[in-house]
Design a protein around this ligand. Structure first.
Ligand code: 4AD
Ligand code: MG
Length: 414
């Protein structure tokens, strides 16, 4: 037994005739310390959710439930918590949906604090994978003048009161919150063999779905001197075999990849009725992606060689294919659908120039063409939605429950 002093939040509170029993949790783990105090120490402010400081003697516990317990000599209520107003109730198991209504308080529940701990560990695992595999971390900018994906899902950024006429605007050109750090990584691919970035990205997608956010975190990697989809997916697979996905990764070798053209055949031959068309040239929608994952045995699936017209200007043209496709790949997973997307990049100056010309972007991307003018090499990369990854490994239905502060259309609380 020795003198001890602890601070934390009361997770359970049982006043009995002779003694008070409290569980105090200091937030360092899910485990709480049992505190026993004489009934005389009861304070009307003591109760579930309040913050306390306890001084006493730490002793071996007579119960097998816990190794030690704290015999209190003094208890101070640092911050009271009115049980009527507090949205979480003692001994109740609240759903993720319920606690989501209280973004500023939900980290106090076991469910959400556990999620945040896993998110933090997974973040560290991402950085350690890339560090151990020769990747340079590049802090790509949040504010940018390019729309990497060309999908028109940009948030424009200006100080309040700006007229948006170019002369009056802060940067003299329209600027946006980044949708992807890829083009900046490609700049670095001209000098480093392997680069990655991991940060927030933004999309003004007017979607209320369970897998879309307006602000999400993306892990992106770019690899130089890569000439084939096979080489790219090798790195891709090992990067994602970070945590629990590892056992699935072994299955990749058996079932995958399938081409987009094969995927369309599978969809067309199936007896399922889809809302969206399944003709060659149409984009794969969530319903198609989920069907394909099921069809392949409920394991992750790489789908390769999408129609050239479906992919952004940077995707490498598969000139030798009978149908006009690009060397682009999506990774589809159970429950979520698209978890990650990537491609070989068009490294050939003439082809890239004509593609940009078709899109009317030759002037905007003259710096990007320079990358192909001076020491261009075959390269490719991918981006993984970190929240979708967490959804997938944890089986969480709604993406809003795996990010501390979700932002989506009509909602930016806090
Ligand atoms: O498929 P996307 O748009 O690919 C890119 O941005 C490439 N430039 C990446 C690269 O090659 N470096 O986005 C990549 C991934 C998607 O597969 C998806 O997991 C996630 O980002 N994602 C979203 N996650 C949550 N909410 C959204 N609104 C998302 N949009 C994309
Ligand atoms: Mg995509």
């Amino acid at each position: 037994p020795f003198g001890c002093h602890c601070q934390g939040w009361v997770r359970s509170f049982r006043p009995q005739k002779q003694n008070l029993f409290l569980h105090v949790n200091d937030g360092s783990s899910l485990k709480s310390l049992q505190v026993i105090a004489p009934a005389a120490m009861n304070d009307p402010l003591l109760g579930f959710g309040c913050a306390v400081e306890v001084r006493g003697i730490l002793k071996k516990s007579p119960h097998s439930k816990q190794p030690v317990e704290l015999e209190a000599e003094q208890i101070w209520v640092i911050g009271e918590c009115n049980p009527v107003d507090f949205p979480f109730k003692i001994k109740e198991r609240h759903s993720l949906e319920y606690i989501r209504q209280f973004l500023h308080l939900r980290c106090r529940t076991n469910a959400f604090s556990s999620l945040l701990r896993i998110r933090s560990e997974a973040t560290a695992a991402v950085h350690s994978y890339f560090k151990n595999n020769g990747f340079l971390l590049v802090h790509t900018p949040t504010i940018t003048s390019n729309d990497c994906e060309g999908a028109g899902e940009l948030f424009q950024v200006e100080p309040p009161g700006t007229t948006f006429a170019n002369e009056g605007s802060f940067f003299s050109v329209p600027v946006y919150l980044t949708v992807s750090g890829q083009l900046h990584l490609e700049v670095m691919s001209g000098a480093f063999p392997r680069v990655y970035t991991f940060g927030p990205t933004f999309r003004a997608e007017n979607s209320q779905s369970r897998r879309h956010l307006a602000e999400f975190f993306m892990v992106e990697a770019e690899i130089s001197f890569t000439e084939s989809i096979e080489d790219l997916t090798k790195v891709w697979k090992s990067a994602f075999a970070l945590t629990l996905l590892i056992s699935w990764m072994e299955l990749f070798h058996v079932r995958c990849p399938i081409t987009y053209t094969e995927a369309i055949d599978i969809l067309k031959r199936s007896s399922e009725t889809f809302t969206f068309p399944t003709d060659w040239g149409c984009d794969l929608m969530t319903e198609h992606e989920k069907f394909l994952v099921k069809h392949c045995g409920n394991i992750p699936v790489f789908v390769t060689d999408y129609p050239h017209d479906l992919k952004p200007f940077y995707a490498r043209d598969n000139q030798d294919h009978p149908k006009h496709t690009a060397a682009a790949v999506d990774l589809l997973v159970p429950g979520v659908g698209e978890l990650s997307g990537g491609s070989l990049r068009e490294e050939r100056l003439d082809l890239l120039r004509s593609r940009l010309g078709e899109c009317g972007l030759e002037d905007t991307y003259s710096w990007y063409l320079d990358l192909r003018r001076f020491g261009s090499v075959p390269h490719g990369g991918f981006g993984l939605g970190f929240e979708r990854y967490l959804q997938c490994i944890l089986g969480v239905d709604n993406i809003k429950d795996v990010i501390p502060f979700p932002r989506f259309s009509h909602s930016c609380l806090l």
